[in-house]
Design a protein around this ligand. Structure first.
Ligand SMILES: [Zn+2]
Length: 339
């Protein structure tokens, strides 16, 4: 069996995926027609051709443009269910997905529309696929603190559907410390906390996310490797890093996949997992991300099992829910290496 066969068989959890980043060009066109929204592209091929980025900001510009087609609850439901089906086909068995409400409320689409649609999609995925899920509200860090507090206020009626909060969008120039008071308030609401840090931003941003936002996962975290005291801290606390290989390549965080730090992270004892970030834009879902690092970094079957196990260990499932997946992963890797 090849590594790809092992990747297909392993159950996985996805912890770093932006629902709006799973908007495939075909669905973008369908929703544009349905809602009579004009988009600056003539064809699906033209959209795909536009997905060439040299940094995070170039991607974000087109990402916010694409959101314009999402107008009604049914649009968000279709988007969510399409992602869940695609992830499930890669043997993803649990997802903790991000959404960006400010990207919608800013253009006149209400929090109610967004949450109603997404939770409807997640519920259908639970019924149709047996896929369990949690929802994470992300604040856009390029906007100011007052805007984020207003968004939290708008989300208050829906907190039963929202497990936690995150921080995304343009990293450099928008340090985690900008949102320390907001995250403290979210903690008082019983919300779990994660944040993007160390993708393009310096190790200092990872320190801030840990100490000032009190996060329980770091999204990306690549640049933590530049600071050995930080690596020690992350290893000692088994802090999850939700790593996104194809995203890193597409946004030029790494020059080529052979230079990706994932294997170094595992070798240094970091709790890293594999995730797809914005799969419609970055060229692949869960298994494509696994396959890319497996090949480029010459990962062993034991590494692949560790990455899959880390995804469940780092999830917000209960210990009792995690254990059957961890046992299954052990069994599959043992069988695979015995062949
Ligand atoms: Zn992300």
């Amino acid at each position: 069996m090849t590594n790809n066969r092992l990747i297909e068989r392993l159950p996985k959890a996805e912890l770093h995926m932006h629902l709006e980043g799973s908007l495939e060009p075909e669905l973008m066109f369908e929703l544009a027609r349905r809602n009579n929204v004009s988009i600056p592209f003539e064809s699906v091929d033209e959209v795909r051709a536009a997905y060439e980025f040299s940094n995070l900001q170039e991607f974000l510009d087109i990402y916010y443009q694409g959101m314009a087609v999402l107008q009604r609850p049914a649009d968000f439901e279709d988007l969510t269910l399409a992602y869940c089906r695609r992830a499930h086909a890669d043997r993803v068995r649990h997802v903790e997905v991000f959404f960006d409400p400010q990207g919608h409320t800013k253009r006149g689409v209400s929090m109610d529309t967004v949450v109603q649609g997404i939770t409807g999609g997640l519920e259908r995925a639970r019924e149709e696929l047996g896929l369990s899920s949690q929802l994470i509200l992300c604040f856009l860090r390029h906007l100011d603190e007052a805007d984020a507090f207003e968004t939290l206020r708008e989300a208050e009626p829906y907190l039963e559907h929202i497990a936690g909060v995150g921080l995304d969008s343009s990293e450099v120039g928008h340090p985690p410390s900008k949102f320390a008071r907001l995250f403290a308030e979210c903690g008082k609401h019983g919300l779990r906390r994660v944040a993007h840090a160390g993708e393009e931003g310096p190790p200092e941003y990872v320190w801030q996310a840990l100490d000032e936002l009190e996060v329980e996962r770091i999204d990306h975290g690549n640049r933590a490797l530049e600071d050995s005291a930080l690596v020690d801290r992350l290893v000692d606390s088994a802090m999850p890093l939700t790593v996104c290989p194809l995203s890193n390549l597409k946004l030029c965080v790494v020059d080529d996949m052979q230079a990706h730090p994932l294997r170094t992270m595992l070798d240094r004892g970091l709790n890293a997992s594999v995730n797809s970030d914005d799969p419609a834009y970055f060229g692949g879902y869960m298994n494509a991300n696994f396959a890319a690092v497996a090949q480029s970094l010459a990962l062993e079957p034991s590494h692949l099992g560790e990455l899959a196990a880390n995804s469940f260990r780092s999830s917000w499932l209960s210990d009792a829910q995690k254990q059957p997946f961890l046992d299954e992963i052990d069994l599959i890797v043992t069988e695979f290496t015995a062949v």
